[in-house]
Design a protein around this ligand. Sequence first.
Ligand code: PLP
Length: 395
Amino acid sequence: MPIQFEKSFTQQEPIPETAIAKAVDVMRSGKLHRYNTAPGEESEVARLEKEFADSLGVNFCLACASGGYAMHIALKACGAKPGETVITNAFTLAPVPGAIDNAGCKAALVEIDNNYCVDLKHLEQVMRQTDSKFFLMSHMRGHLADMDAVTHLCNTYNVSLIEDCAHTMGASWNGKPSGSFGRAACFSTQTYKHINSGEGGFLTTNDDEVMAKAIIHSGSYMLYERHGTVPEPSVFDDIKLDTPNYSGRMDNLRAVILREQLKELSVNCKRWNQLYTAAEAGLRKSNAITLSERPAAETYVGSSIQFRVDALENAQDFIEKCAARGVELKWFGNKEPHGFTSRYDSWRYLGNSTVLPNTLNILDRTFDMRLPLTFNKDDMQTITEIIVEEVTHSV
Ligand SMILES: *Cc1c(COP(=O)(O)O)cnc(C)c1O
């Protein structure tokens, strides 16, 4: 009997009991709205904002409705105007080009390299060619490019860096947290990310004006002084009548369960990395499998793993065989978008006809696997044994 894997790749851990108890308290109070506070009282959302900003070592955090929403208002708050070009990596998730479109902007896509990071040579070329003032950089699947080189390029070409840290909450480059490199950064607290409130997001920045605008955009009804991290009132004076309300607040119920999970984040990052290391060791048993190199400067959170099989004849057949044995792989080479898997050519609305041969070539042979914390080391052994066996049959 060939071995079979039985667990679900999309099953997250339960919300901690302490968080559930606090969520019940919030519901008993009836005060779910972030601005529903008595004088002098601090809301759960405001507390979460303070705690997250502190954990990242930045001045300001705005908690909001989703990661995609945070990216949209980050672009607006950083001054992206309709018709302007925003640079982004070609390998990312659909909410990234969606946020660019939502801001009325055009996307200029950049190639990725063999390690799934933005290709720095191509990035510089696109910066030169487009004269764009914004780079919405997606640390897709938790792979950090050389952040010193990226910030150097942004400074040279006068480009505002906005980081998409949906997969790098808890990660760092040379000890500096991902999300503290650019003018603003965006995080997601959606179920499949590193802390889970179903839906939710953060926008972080050190820039007073960016935060003031973002707060007003998020729908603060001029109650901005109730935020956990907030610029001086004078910063709002100039902008409050010129900044539209794009209603996208976070509520106290989500905030309270996130506050409890934030306490566990660093422990959970270590647990993800144990799974990642076990997966790496298992996949290394096949010479046909190529894993990405992780630079010494990168402290990553291995909540997913990517690998390439260059000699594979039929990728579709390979994933079906793995799926039949309970191993759910994603393949980015698929011509039609499936679930969360999307390739840049499935965002036809961008009207972008540029072909990115390196990105297509890499994605054609790349497989992607989630590593939920409901898995353990034995599971990693079973999973990688199945993959290695199926790779051996398929090359
Ligand atoms: C999940 C995700 C986002 C934001 O997603 P939301 O569902 O809007 O919170 C942004 N970028 C990447 C790469 C993601 O995976």
